[in-house]
Ligand binder design. Structure first.
Ligand SMILES: O=C(O)CCC(=O)C(=O)O
Ligand SMILES: [Fe+2]
Length: 205
């Protein structure tokens, strides 16, 4: 899928699912890397903003690992996403300034209840991206991402299969991760506006 195709879909619907964003080989490389991290490299994720950040495992029970430009495989992912960022800016004049991303690991039974990734005018997170990294995944395994529309209707349910990428406007779509039967890996990230321009500081990590 070319970037202008992604841009068109985003402009029209506000979300888009790209079944093979990365080659199988590249996606497998990210998967193997996620698997290679040991427990000390995964942390419980916080919810809420700034001073209100708390760990609440009733809302989400995944663990995360923030990506860093210093590391080869992580930097490779960030570089690809920076190309997407530049392409989207060219096509849609979105003024996306930077990108932050973390690996996420959902153990069997883990979930992330309905939430928004950003609140209108109160965050510089503009676009959410989620890349899934699971070579074997079927409907019976659960773990779907569900995106909801304005009236609470289900817009789409996405299985977290290797190489699938979902992109959506961070402040527009309530979404959740259903519990799954198997361990589920993904890379979630956010394209952001420049916080020094918008005057809003994003949550500290
Ligand atoms: O893994 C997913 O499908 C979505 C994760 C998510 O909603 C988040 O990390 O904010
Ligand atoms: Fe989310």
């Amino acid at each position: 899928m070319d970037i202008s195709g992604i841009a068109d879909e985003l402009a029209e619907h506000g979300y888009f699912i790209v079944p093979q964003f990365f080659s199988q080989q590249k996606a497998l490389q990210f998967y193997r890397y996620a698997q290679s991290l040991d427990d000390s490299q995964w942390q419980l994720a916080a919810i809420g903003r700034q001073q209100q950040q708390t760990i609440n495992t009733n809302v989400r029970s995944d663990t995360i690992h923030w990506l860093d430009k210093q590391h080869g495989v992580e930097s490779d992912y960030l570089t690809h996403m920076d190309q997407l960022r530049q392409g989207l800016n060219r096509e849609l004049f979105m003024g996306l300034f930077d990108y932050e991303a973390h690996l996420a690991r959902y153990r069997p039974g883990a979930f992330y209840k309905k939430h928004l990734d950003a609140f209108k005018g109160r965050s510089n997170r503009i676009l959410t991206t989620v890349l899934y990294l699971n070579p074997q995944w079927s409907k019976a395994d659960g773990g779907e991402l569900v995106l909801y529309g304005e009236r609470g209707e289900v817009l789409t349910e996405v299985l977290p299969t290797l190489g699938t990428m979902v992109i959506f406007l961070s402040d527009r779509f309530v979404h959740e991760v259903k519990t799954g039967l198997k361990e589920r890996f993904s890379i979630t990230g956010w394209f952001r506006l420049n916080s020094s321009i918008s005057g809003i500081i994003d949550p500290p990590r």
